[in-house]
Design a protein around this ligand. Structure first.
Ligand code: ADP
Ligand code: MN
Ligand code: MN
Ligand code: MN
Length: 337
């Protein structure tokens, strides 16, 4: 049987890039190892990545996963976008991440990313009544029961699909607003966690499609007294996993570049990091043990064990993990040199 390879890439939509994909049929005996998969092209004028009179962009495979939807030998192929001279396209943020990951590989950085998102159907969040609002937040987070939980069948199918694909998903939970959920990917290195987060987002959209539901990483999907959606980014280096001084040094280092980080943690971050709804205001950097109102949290257990990891709570749900992990590795590891 011929092999279907779904080539997935990140487009040039502004201010927040979107996922695109198309299928390449390969010979039944084709190798699907990443190095053997052919480069491919697409019409960049339809994705905000090229002008119409010079529209070709290149897709270069960077990571391959089993396709849990089609099954068999079919694969999902995460790609990076190149110009036709084979240099990174301006919308390709993976290349810069790869350079920083390589530079600091000896410090063994690891990330676990908590991806929050919201289901929508018929123009409103799943679980919201027509023309109104559900009961206020309070019972939805990690809730159970048809009055509290909306979309679990999609969440279960998505988790199963991630596991079958070989993605390092580490958990799921219902979130504070109805129709809002979270899954976590990691701990993994910067490039691995980023490739896998993008593919797990693609799987989320693709699987929700089967249910007639859409999922969005919009950071503030409902205005007013409803939690936004973030992508808490948990981080450690080998030294942080072994001692407490490097944990504090990492928190301090992040404080020296707070503006640069916040500016690159996802469009619309000012609307989410207001200082309410378990966030710190985007204008003020802070860190603290157990503090869900701080920019960066040192988990209680980490303070107890005197080693472990830190949680950067600032990234938006719509952040680009290639950019966020690159900045964190660069800032923390440069300061540790
Ligand atoms: P929260 O309590 O903030 O909801 P979660 O359990 O949702 O935290 O997510 C924590 C994430 O941190 C998980 O993805 C987990 O794999 C990851 N993690 C655990 N240990 C480390 C570590 N040493 N370095 C980086 N990430 C880690
Ligand atoms: Mn979490
Ligand atoms: Mn959460
Ligand atoms: Mn968290």
């Amino acid at each position: 049987m011929a092999i279907k390879a779904e080539y997935i890439w990140i487009d040039g939509t502004e201010p927040t890039a979107r996922l695109r994909s198309k299928t390449k049929v390969l010979a039944d005996d084709a190798s699907t190892a990443v190095a053997d998969l052919p480069i491919w092209g697409f019409d960049g004028s339809s994705t905000n990545q090229a002008p119409g009179d010079n529209s070709d962009c290149v897709l270069k495979p960077v990571a391959v996963f089993a396709d849990p939807i089609r099954g068999g030998d079919d694969v999902l192929v995460m790609c990076e976008v190149l110009l036709i001279d084979m240099t990174p396209h301006p919308t390709n943020h993976r290349a810069a991440c790869a350079a920083v990951a390589e530079k600091f590989a000896s410090m063994e950085p690891l990330f676990g990313i908590e991806q929050e998102y919201t289901f929508f159907q018929d123009g409103r969040p799943l679980g919201f009544p027509v023309g109104g609002f559900p009961a206020p937040q309070g019972f939805y987070y990690c809730g159970v029961g048809a009055d509290e939980v909306f979309g679990r069948e999609v969440v279960e199918a998505h988790m199963e699909a991630c596991l079958e694909a070989g993605i390092g998903i580490s958990g799921i939970n219902a979130e504070v607003m109805p129709g809002q959920w979270e899954f976590q990917v990691g701990p993994l290195g910067p490039l691995e966690v980023s490739d896998q987060l993008w593919v797990s987002r693609w799987l989320l959209y693709r699987i929700a499609e089967e249910f007639g539901i859409s999922a969005t990483v919009e950071p503030k999907p409902v205005k007013g007294d409803w939690n936004g959606a973030g992508a808490h980014t948990n981080f450690s280096t080998k030294a942080m996993r072994e001692g407490y001084d490097p944990i504090i040094a990492a928190c301090e280092a992040l404080g020296t570049k707070a503006d640069e980080h916040v500016a690159n943690y996802g469009h619309g971050i000012e609307d989410r990091l207001t200082g309410s709804h378990e966030t710190a205001p985007w204008t003020e950097y802070s860190y603290g043990v157990s503090n869900r109102g701080a920019s960066v949290r040192i988990p209680w257990q980490v303070a107890q064990d005197k080693k472990g990891y830190i949680e950067d709570r600032r990234p938006n749900a719509n952040m680009d993990p290639y950019t966020v992990t690159r900045l964190i590795v660069d800032t923390v590891c440069s300061a540790a040199l």
